[in-house]
Design a protein around this ligand. Structure first.
Ligand code: PHE
Length: 340
C-alpha cells in the first residue's frame, strides 16, 4: 500500500521538479516533497504503523524515493545556474574587435602656454626661472620692497592676511627678494606665479591671478637695457614688432618707475574700443630697482643696480585671445578650455 503510494508520489514530484521554470517553482516543489513537513516526511511517519516485516521494504522504498528526488532537484538546480551564467555571458559580451573610442588629448591652459613661451624666451637670454611660495611673510611681500606700511596694497581691503601674520602674496615681487638673497649679483631672473588680492570678483577682477616678475641686477644697468628686454619680450609674445612708450609710474621698489604702454595692436594707434580710443594700451609696470631694495637684500647699490618689471600674465592672455571675462580663466569650463 504505502510502497505504491511512494512510487506515485515520487513520480509526480519528479515531474514537478523537472517542469519547474524558475528557482521559486523549483524550491516550492522541493519543500512540498522533501521539506520537513513534506510528503516524504509524512510517509515516513506512517511507517511506524506498519507491521515490522513490511517496514524494511517500505523504508528502502522511501530512501530510494528521497534519493531520486534529491538528485533530480540538484540536477535542475545546476541547469538553472548554467542558464543564469549563460544569460550573463550573453548580456556582458564585449566585442573586442570593435575600434576603440579614441584618445581625446587634453590641452595646456592658455596661461600655461603663454608662461612657458615667456620662460623659454628669457631662458634663451640667460635668465633663470625662480619659484616662490604663495604664502609669504609680510617682510618679503612689503618691507623688503620698500613698501611703506601706509601703502594701499597693505590695506585690509587688498591683502589676504593669515591668522599667523603671514599673507597670500599680492604680487610676484617677493620672489625678487628671495632671488637677490639666494643668488646675489649679477642676477637675471624671472618668476611666474599666482598672486592674490582681496577683490570683488567681476568680469575684469579676480581675487586670484597670474603675474610674471622679472629682474636683472648687474653693473651699470640702464633704462635702455630694460627697454631692450621689454621690446624683445613683446615681440616674442605678439610675434611682431610693437611700438612702446614709457610713462612715469609709482611703485616704491623702483626708481624711476614706469608704466610701459604698447601701441594698440587692434587699431595700430588710430583709436578703437580696445584702447578706449587712446591708441595706447597699458601693459606692464617696470623701473630701475630702488637702491633701498638692493640694500635690504644685501646688495651694495654703489656697485650694482638693475631693472625689474611685472607682467600681468592673466591680462596678457585676455588680450591675446580677446577673452572678455576674467572669470573664464579659472572656471575649469571645458567648453572654454577646449578652444586652446
Ligand atoms: N609688483 C607690482 C604689482 O604687482 C608690479 C611691478 C613689478 C612693478 C616690478 C614694477 C616692477 O603691482
Amino acid at each position: 500500500m504505502l510502497e505504491s503510494r511512494l512510487a506515485q508520489l515520487e513520480a509526480s514530484a519528479l515531474k514537478r521538479i523537472r517542469a519547474a521554470l524558475t528557482a521559486e517553482e523549483l524550491e516550492a516543489a522541493r519543500v512540498e516533497a522533501l521539506g520537513r513537513k513534506g510528503a516524504l516526511a509524512q510517509a515516513s511517519k506512517e511507517m511506524g504503523k506498519l507491521a515490522p516485516e513490511e517496514r524494511a521494504a517500505a523504508g528502502k522504498r522511501l530512501n530510494a524515493a528521497k534519493q531520486a528526488l534529491e538528485t533530480a532537484f540538484e540536477a535542475r538546480q545546476a541547469e538553472f545556474a548554467e542558464q543564469a551564467l549563460q544569460a550573463r555571458l550573453d548580456a556582458e559580451w564585449l566585442d573586442l574587435t570593435l575600434p576603440a573610442p579614441g584618445v581625446r588629448p587634453g590641452s595646456l591652459h592658455p596661461l600655461t602656454q603663454i608662461q612657458s613661451e615667456i620662460e623659454d624666451l628669457f631662458v634663451s637670454m640667460g635668465f633663470v626661472v625662480l619659484d616662490g611660495p604663495e604664502v609669504e611673510t609680510e617682510f618679503n611681500n612689503f618691507d623688503a620692497l620698500n613698501i611703506p606700511s601706509d601703502h594701499p596694497a597693505r590695506d585690509m581691503q587688498d591683502t589676504f592676511w593669515l591668522k599667523d601674520g603671514h599673507l597670500l602674496r599680492t604680487h610676484t615681487s617677493p620672489v625678487q627678494v628671495r632671488g637677490m638673497r639666494r643668488l646675489g649679483p649679477p642676477l637675471r631672473m624671472i618668476a611666474p606665479g599666482r598672486v592674490f588680492r582681496n577683490e570683488e570678483v567681476d568680469a575684469s577682477h579676480e581675487h586670484t591671478f597670474y603675474q610674471l616678475e622679472g629682474m636683472m641686477v648687474d653693473r651699470e644697468v640702464s633704462i635702455a637695457h630694460m627697454l631692450y628686454f621689454m621690446k624683445t619680450l613683446l615681440a616674442g609674445i605678439f610675434k611682431r614688432d610693437v611700438t612702446v612708450r614709457l610713462r612715469p609710474g609709482y611703485f616704491p621698489f623702483v626708481e624711476p618707475g614706469f608704466e610701459l604702454d604698447i601701441q594698440c595692436l587692434i587699431c595700430g594707434g588710430g583709436g578703437c574700443p580696445v584702447c578706449k580710443q587712446g591708441g595706447w594700451v597699458e601693459l606692464l609696470p617696470c623701473g630701475l630697482v630702488q637702491p633701498n631694495v638692493l640694500r635690504l637684500s644685501g646688495i651694495d647699490p654703489e656697485e650694482w643696480n638693475g631693472f625689474a618689471f611685472g607682467l600681468g600674465l592673466t591680462r596678457l592672455v585676455m588680450m591675446r585671445y580677446a577673452i572678455d571675462d576674467i572669470r573664464l580663466l579659472q572656471s575649469g569650463d571645458l567648453r572654454f578650455l577646449k578652444q586652446f
